[in-house]
Every structure is written in C-alpha cells, then in structure tokens.
Design a protein around this ligand. Sequence first.
Ligand code: PMP
Length: 288
Amino acid sequence: MSRIAYVNGRYVAHGEAQIHIEDRGYQFADGIYEVAAIFRGQIIDEDGHLERMKRSLGELRMDMPMPEEPFRLVCRETLRRNRVRDGIIYIQVSRGVSPRDHPFPKDVKPALVMTARAVAWPENADDDKGAEVATVADIRWLRRDVKSISLLPNILAKQEAREKSAYEAWFVDGDGFVTEGSSTNAWIVDDQGRIVTRQLDNNILGGITRATVLKLARENSIEIIERAFTVEEALAAPEAFLTSTTSFIKGIVGIDGAEVGDGKPGPVTRRLRALYLDYCRGSGSNLA
Ligand code: PMP
C-alpha cells in the first residue's frame, strides 16, 4: 500500500513529499516534533501530546500551525489515508521557509509535516526480554524539556549504544546522575518496591508515557519518588526500566555490560507494563 504524507496543506505520496531547501527546520533545526502511538485504532494520550506540542511551540515562540480542531482532523486523515490502526504518527512543525538568516523571519507561516506508519505493538506484558543500556555523557543543551528536532547528541548517543550492542543510551550528567535515555525516560525500582524517576525540569523531556505510568502507579498504590539517581544506584537496584511512546515500558537488564537485578525484567516493571498495555487497550481517542 502506498504511503501518504501531509505536507503544508496537501496529502502527497510519501516518496515524493518535499520541503523547501530554506525551510528553517532543515537549515537550523528550528522546529519541534511529536510522536504518538496508535493502538488498535486509538491515538494514545492524544491530549497529552497536543499539550506538549503547544508547550514546545510556545517555548520557541512559535504558533500552532492551525487551530486545534482542524489539526486533530489532519492527524486522523493522515492515519486514515495510511490505514494505520497500530502504529505511529509523526508530526513536525518548523518556523517556516525564509532566506537563511538567524533572527526569526517576519510574517512567515510555520510549516507542518505529518507522516504515519504501521508498527506491530507488543501483545502482552511477558513478551519483554529486557534491554541493555550504555551510559554516555550528557552533552545536550539545557532546554531538554523542549521537544526540539535538534537531536544530534541523541543520535550520536543512540549510535554509540548500538555499536556496543545496547538498545538505548543513558545520558549521565556531570555529577554522575542519569538524566534520561536518548529517546526514553529512565527509571529504577528501589529495594522497597518504589519507582524512582528524575523530576521534571529543563534537564529532561517530560515524557507522555512517563506521565501515564505515574498516573497508573498512583491508581495502583505503587509508591513514586521523583528524584535523580546515579548509575551506581541503578546497578544496585533490583529493577530498572525505560518508558517511551514507541518502547512502552521495557525492562533494563544490563548497564554497560553489568547485570541489573537478576538479568530479567523484574516484577514491578512487568506489572507496570501490563497496566500500561491495559490502559492502551482501553483508552485514548477513537479514530472513527
Ligand atoms: N526523552 C527523550 C529525549 C525522548 O526523545 C523521548 C521520546 N519522545 C522520551 C524521553 C519519552 O517521551 P514519550 O514518552 O513522550 O515518548
């Protein structure tokens, strides 16, 4: 089936979709993005993604490319034209097209691109074999709370991890504390079964999956501590895991080649993964 992309007001064949060479996203990474999961025809946490998108745009002093209602319709139409019932939608907004010059151009409309593709999501909580992570220095800018398309440190980190046969990279700050993964939030479980994840500030992206996992934990009387933890603490913890829109919840079974817990996703991780999959099955915004 041919894929369709939405590009600045038009639905075009994915392979022929084009943007201008002076799009500021292309030249300056002057833009933001969102990725939402579609699970059995539901957009998971649609409102959360939209809110974060508006926040990212606001922090870069950019406007929504169109009002919220038509925007939601374009998301649905992009998914419908690509027949995605399980998969992802990628949304990118740049400041627009203008002759290359650093200051914001005047009277330029933001540029909007959406793509969608099918992904086969996991079926149940027990199919997670767990992932290895490799630690890397966090060399990013200090506005990691903005979901900017400027991802160079993230891709370098992910590549380094993959070259070490690890699934994800964990960024570590100058004091030895884990900030987050290159495209995931980082968690541990302490020896009292409490889940620990770094507090929200400009050092990490406020993951939508992170927020949902915290909500599910609260509803299920799992204690939460929002604070930074070190790599040593994670290595000594009974469990560690990661969260993101596309990884859901995944156990971390090794850090830099050393085993975490008993080398398998632990009970708290598995429970949260089951709760999250139930949440995906039962909620979200209907595409119909
Ligand atoms: N941190 C970073 C740096 C990310 O790129 C992502 C993925 N967008 C996340 C965390 C997880 O966020 P979410 O749960 O919204 O996918």
